[in-house]
Design a protein around this ligand. Structure first.
Ligand code: DC
Length: 234
């Protein structure tokens, strides 16, 4: 069994693969910071929409990415179901990041090299502090290639679409499974085939299929891998 000192866990995988839930639970158990890097690309997308910047204008979007301040705060007892809080230039945009307009445009914004370089720089600054679970698409391959533990979590597209449909209706939004499945497949295609940092597992990542495994089971298996039992208990 591999038991090693872990200061950083890199988790990658496609949309709705369960990676965020696993990452959050792991961070909680280990008392690590949880960093969802997708929210940073979403923050740039939100700001571009807000400033009415043409999302096809790579130069303008890249300048904006360099200019905006993005702050991410850990959960602090808020009652609205959030897992962290995101501010852009001092404004709380945590929920605005989840709107259909941001969903529809974030793949394009995150495909721009200059935007990625800026976000990767900011993500590495978090990683260098240690005690972080970082979740995204390119953490193990590009952002933190020396991470001591890399996980790549996936699930079938149908299962991911079912999860997203359930989440949407739980949040009180209308949710059409077929449309969500089409969107999941479209995003997979863009994220996996883009020129810069495409979604793929690092060569040394542990591959996990979450289609039929609940997040708690995955988390326990990972903790077993990295933690020494205390008095026979986790
Ligand atoms: O995980 P998410 O759905 O919030 O991610 C939003 C978008 O950002 C998605 O299109 C993929 C992209 N992304 C990325 O390119 N690199 C990351 N490290 C995280 C997300």
């Amino acid at each position: 069994m591999v038991k090693k000192h872990i200061s950083l866990i890199a988790i990658d995988g496609p949309a709705a693969s369960g990676k965020s839930t696993v990452g959050r639970l792991l961070a909680e158990k280990l008392h690590f910071l949880y960093l969802d890097t997708g929210c940073m690309y979403r923050a740039v997308t939100w700001a571009a929409l807000q400033h009415k910047i043409d999302l096809g204008d790579e130069t303008a979007v890249t300048h904006l990415a360099r200019d905006i301040q993005i702050e991410i705060f850990p959960e602090n007892g808020e009652a609205d179901g959030r897992h962290y809080t995101v501010h852009v230039d001092g404004q709380d945009i945590t929920w605005a990041l989840r709107t259909p307009a941001v969903d529809a445009n974030v793949s394009q914004v995150s495909s721009y090299l200059g935007v990625r370089q800026e976000m990767v720089k900011r993500q590495r600054a978090f990683g260098e502090r240690g005690a972080v679970v970082m979740v995204g698409r390119d953490i193990g391959t590009v952002v933190m290639p020396d991470a001591p533990l890399k996980l790549y979590i996936t699930a079938s597209a149908e299962e991911r679409a079912r999860r997203r449909t359930r989440d949407r209706s739980d949040q009180g939004h209308t949710a059409d499974y077929d449309r969500i499945l089409a969107d999941v497949l479209r995003r997979d295609d863009i994220d996996s085939n883009r020129e810069h940092s495409p979604l793929r597992p690092a060569a040394d990542a542990i591959l996990i299929d979450s289609t039929e495994q609940p997040p708690t089971m995955i988390v326990n298996a990972i903790l077993d891998m990295i933690q020494e039992p205390v008095n026979g208990n986790r």
